[in-house]
Design a protein around this ligand. Structure first.
Ligand code: NCD
Ligand code: ZN
Ligand code: ZN
Length: 434
């Protein structure tokens, strides 16, 4: 690891400043940084760039083990680094499922071997994601992987008794359950788009928003009852967000994330039956997107999480009803959120750092990420260019999959350089070899 002098970046809270990085930590910020810099230190000219704490993704599907044709921990790490991420939480719906301490440690080790981003395993709530029997929550937490976030994502923990027990269990060690909030009884096995006027017209079975809001409401009551902590994965509806706001107002320990695609993309995209727009929960109408944008800006939503869900071509390129659910997200999240929320004046860069770094780091309990840019802190950072035009090209993606809904999109704001504990992990769209 070489030392680094970042020159003339717009540093959150500091204005234009130099930042000196020594031995993986920030040694100095401001005029002193340049004065203290040892001669021969690598210099990074950051004129016009903004320096933020590295991004943290609470919701990444890496597909290893089991579907290494769609993504591996190494390829997903490359996509994450290019996207400005320094930590990603790896969802448990792999094959086999991450429901044991050994499985969680294996993911941790593969992440370390890839070496570009901290890969933090999420543990399953129930064995095999089947919704019945609790997985080894305590053993996963006490393992080297220190699992603190648990989720059956892809499935809702629908049984209230199981959810209650999981919340009681994780409370003992300060863990959190991240819920895929969707009552299967209200949705039906064939559902594949938002239930509304368009689903009727397209002849596709739909999910009603109440399937989301009713589980969020139940989980809020369970979190209150158990005095435990629940996190709402990919909130997608105004109704669901209303319940999150209510729960927070009651002092219930509920947090929530939103995916970039639910902020920016609407149901109308489904009219061509292109499966690239098929995702769970589904794209929603304009009113929901507007509500989610407002909730992100006003702090009701704690984090942007990508729900990066790579799928091989032969799983995605089917008739709409048969195709797999999910979209890529790691490489485009910053540009989408910046273009939609910051360029338009709805949020500041400080707000963006809150929802993409400090907020998600707090939800996951990651102490080495989302830190202030100050002397003594780990140099886990991202430099972004707020004015750079971006045209998304799926052919240049680091992911092994190609299912991005943003192909061809023109956005303003690009990730420039990602730094993990002083090591540059990506530069202008290319991961660094390590
Ligand atoms: N988001 C998706 O549409 N799919 C996810 C599962 C999930 O997040 O529920 C996947 O694993 O592919
Ligand atoms: Zn989900
Ligand atoms: Zn997911």
């Amino acid at each position: 690891m070489s030392d680094l002098l970042i020159r003339g970046a717009d540093v959150l809270g500091e204005g234009t400043a130099h930042v000196l990085v020594v031995d993986g930590r920030i040694a100095a910020v401001g005029a002193a940084a340049a004065a203290d810099a040892p001669s021969g230190v690598e210099r990074l000219d950051a004129d016009g760039l903004t320096l933020l704490p590295g991004f943290v993704d609470l919701h990444t599907h890496l597909r290893e083990p089991g579907r290494e044709d769609a993504e591996t921990i190494a390829s997903g790490s490359r996509a994450a680094a290019v996207g400005g991420y320094t930590a990603v939480l790896a969802m448990a719906n792999t094959s086999p499922v991450t429901d044991t301490a050994e499985a969680a440690e294996r993911i941790l080790d593969l992440g370390r071997a890839a070496g570009l981003v901290d890969v933090v395993p999420i543990g399953a709530v129930t064995k095999g994601l089947e919704g019945h029997e609790l997985a080894e929550l305590g053993l996963m937490h006490r393992s080297r992987a220190r699992v603190s976030v648990f989720s059956d994502d892809g499935h809702c923990v629908a049984d209230g008794r199981v959810m209650r027990r999981a919340l009681e269990y994780v409370r003992a060690f300060g863990g959190v359950v991240s819920q895929h909030s969707q009552d299967p009884a209200l949705a039906g096995p064939q559902a594949c788009c938002h239930e509304g006027e368009l689903s009727g017209r397209l002849g596709l079975p739909g999910w009603p928003p109440v399937a989301e809001a009713s589980i969020i409401a139940r989980d809020a009551m369970l979190a209150r009852h158990t005095r435990s902590r629940v996190h709402v994965a990919h909130v997608s509806t105004a109704e669901g967000l209303d319940v999150v706001r209510w729960a927070k107002a009651q002092g219930i320990a509920m947090t929530a994330e939103v995916a970039p695609h639910h902020l920016a993309l609407g149901t109308e995209l489904l009219s061509g039956y292109d499966p690239v727009y098929k995702v769970n929960p589904p794209l929603r109408p304009t009113e929901d997107q507007e509500a989610l944008r407002a909730g992100l800006a006003d702090g009701s939503i704690d984090a942007v999480a990508t729900d990066h869900a790579p799928h091989a071509r032969h799983d995605k390129e089917h008739a709409f009803v048969d195709a797999a659910f999910g979209m890529l997200g790691l490489e485009t999240a910053f540009s989408v959120v910046h273009d939609l929320m910051v360029r338009t004046g709805r949020m500041s860069m400080a707000d963006l750092a809150r929802v993409m770094s400090t907020g998600p780091a707090a939800v996951a309990g990651l102490t080495g990420h989302g830190r202030p840019i100050a002397a003594g802190e780990p140099a886990t950072l991202v430099l972004v260019d707020p004015t750079a035009p971006v045209t998304v090209d799926r052919a240049t993606s680091q992911s092994l999959s190609r299912n991005t809904p943003w192909h061809g999109a023109r956005l303003t704001g690009a990730v420039h350089t990602t730094i993990l504990r002083g090591a540059v992990t990506a530069r202008e769209g290319e991961p660094t070899a390590c």
